[in-house]
Design a protein around this ligand. Structure first.
Ligand code: MTE
Length: 319
């Protein structure tokens, strides 16, 4: 500040700065200020760094909320394989080997498949979507994720008529993941969705955030993001996806079924036994602990896209 020279230093070009300039362009595009001719520009790498992903912003999935800064998204995490404190994942996840990495899709499918991470990345164009994320502990973030709808992968393996659920299994390797030496969770971390939830276009198979490959603490090299459910449904560092007829057992509901249900849809009307779900604190708000709380919305604000899947269900019973 106070300098007359406005040179931009390479260190000033953060993933967030690049993201902000893309966001401005999307706003212009949405306002009709320029035509589709710009689309190839969007997908071109702005920086020639090896960690960059080629992404195509998808205006249909852009939350209007201000995105949480890259710094908070990547340093305030839950990833119990690396410890239980929010600062443990960034401190400990460096030991995670994200290559080679394969993901197996098996179970009730016509064409089971094991794909190397690079083949998985190429299966469909990588879109950038800004999603609101709500943690059951009462905080939230707004994150630009990069990936494609999980349905693109599921359609490839052709689910059988008997498949009703999809189970997601994370890596559990004691050599790479110091947290797995504790028995707080019956490793590996497992999550699950009903097949229609997994096929919903919002459900994102995610490879990056802010236009860069996922930092290890955020679940590299591939994770799930399910924005209308509490954060723990979005399993990180996935190695197996299994289609089943029975509802799969999930890590958190195994720990305490009274506190964590299978559905875990964001629902301000159904409180967690220990935490109210009526409002939330946005991480990174400059007012810190004094920031006014935000009202939590039903299905985290995604009712239009997902409410139809739960018609007729008692959401107090199926929490
Ligand atoms: N996946 C695995 N494998 N292990 C975990 O401990 N934590 C979950 C979810 N996925 C977790 C996980 C929880 S509680 C949350 S809130 C989100 O990841 C946090 O994702 P983020 O750190 O990228 O914000």
């Amino acid at each position: 500040m106070g300098y007359t020279d406005h040179k931009i230093l390479p260190s000033d070009i953060t993933p967030q700065a690049i993201f902000e300039s893309r966001r401005q362009l999307i706003k212009l595009a949405a306002a009709g200020s320029f035509g589709l001719a710009l689309a190839p520009w969007f997908s071109r790498n702005a920086l020639a760094a090896s960690q960059k992903l080629s992404v195509l912003p998808n205006p249909a999935f852009m939350a209007k909320d201000e995105p949480t800064s890259y710094k908070y998204v990547t340093s305030y995490n839950n990833f119990y394989e690396f410890g239980t404190d929010k600062g443990d994942p960034i401190a400990n996840a460096n030991s995670l080997q994200t290559r080679p990495w394969t993901v197996t899709i098996e179970g009730l499918v016509k064409k089971p498949l094991t794909l190397d991470i690079d083949a998985l990345l190429k299966l469909a164009p990588i879109e950038e979507r800004v999603y609101r994320m709500r943690c059951v502990e009462g905080w939230s973030m707004v994150i630009p994720w990069d990936g494609y709808s999980l349905s693109k992968l599921l359609n490839k393996v052709e689910p059988l008529g008997s498949a009703k659920y999809v189970e997601f299994i994370s890596l559990a390797d004691r050599k790479q993941m110091p947290g797995t030496k504790s028995n707080i969770i019956d490793w590996p971390y497992r999550e699950g969705l009903r097949l229609d939830e997994a096929m919903n276009p919002l459900t994102l198979l995610t490879f990056g955030l802010y236009g860069e490959v996922l930092p290890k603490q955020n679940g590299a090299p591939v994770r799930l993001v399910v924005p209308w459910k509490y954060g723990f449904k979005s399993a990180k560092s996935i190695v197996k996806i299994r289609l089943t007829e029975e509802m799969p057992k999930t890590s958190w509901s195994q720990i305490d079924p009274r506190e964590y249900g299978f559905y875990s849809n964001v629902n301000p009307l159904v409180d967690h036994p220990r935490w109210s779900q009526a409002s939330e604190r946005r991480i990174g708000d400059p007012k810190g602990m004094f920031a006014p709380k935000i009202k939590t919305e039903m299905f985290n604000g995604y009712s239009e896209q997902v409410a139809g899947m739960y018609t007729g269900m008692d959401l107090k019973k199926f929490y």
